[in-house]
Design a binder for this molecule. Structure first.
Ligand code: FES
Length: 206
């Protein structure tokens, strides 16, 4: 986002936005894009707050309040592991503040998916038992099946496989998708395996 912003018009962007970036990483040399971010900070384009868990401890919401006292007045974006995002969403929710988040894994809702047997009826020729809480992609890979994948968060469609029969549940919202031989398309129903779990036995052409 910052690259996009600064690429449009650096001077204009710098003048128009007051950006504070809080970055937590285990160690200083594990800060993603660390050199680039530090260069932006040195050039006065943003205020960079680095938090290194090995020396500073785990980032907490108290730390955030101390580091960014005007937090409530800022538009907030957060990205990171589920525990961090859950904590931030609770913090912002209690204060009725808006937080924009990006997750690398789907948020799994409580669904009634029962799991089942995944049958890969194409060249993979495999059979995998799974429960209703695990993405089909993860279950298949754990069993050694070579699977197509990409973002693993439901965006790129790189994990789509045709389901010839069966039912899957979308782990983000509980929606059910079924493929019934003779009723649904003979080529199968396209399933995003990274955000879908088995809701019964399923057969994939893969
Ligand atoms: S891996 Fe990108 S949508 Fe599934």
């Amino acid at each position: 986002m910052l690259r996009n912003l600064y690429s449009r018009n650096e001077d204009e962007a710098r003048a128009a936005y007051d950006i504070v970036l809080v970055h937590s990483a285990m160690k200083r040399d594990e800060v993603i894009f660390g050199a680039e971010l530090r260069a932006h900070a040195e050039a006065g384009r943003l205020r960079l707050i680095e938090r290194h868990t090995d020396t500073d401890g785990l980032l907490t919401t108290d730390d955030l309040e101390n580091e960014v006292p005007d937090l409530a007045e800022r538009t907030a974006y957060a990205c990171g592991p589920a525990g961090l995002l859950d904590t931030l969403e609770a913090y912002y929710g209690e204060r009725r503040l808006t937080l924009h988040t990006e997750r690398f894994r789907p948020t799994v809702v409580d669904v009634d998916a029962a799991g089942g047997t995944l049958t890969f009826a194409g060249s993979s020729a495999a059979s995998v038992e799974t429960d209703g809480s695990v993405p089909i992609l993860d279950a298949a890979e754990s069993a050694g099946v070579l699977m197509p994948s990409g973002c693993r968060m439901g965006i790129c469609m790189g994990c789509v496989l045709p389901m010839k029969s069966g039912a899957v549940r979308d782990l983000r919202n509980g929606d059910l998708t079924v493929a019934v031989p003779g009723e649904t398309h003979p080529d199968g129903v396209k399933i995003q395996t990274c955000i879908s779990a088995a809701a019964g036995d399923c057969t994939f052409d893969h």
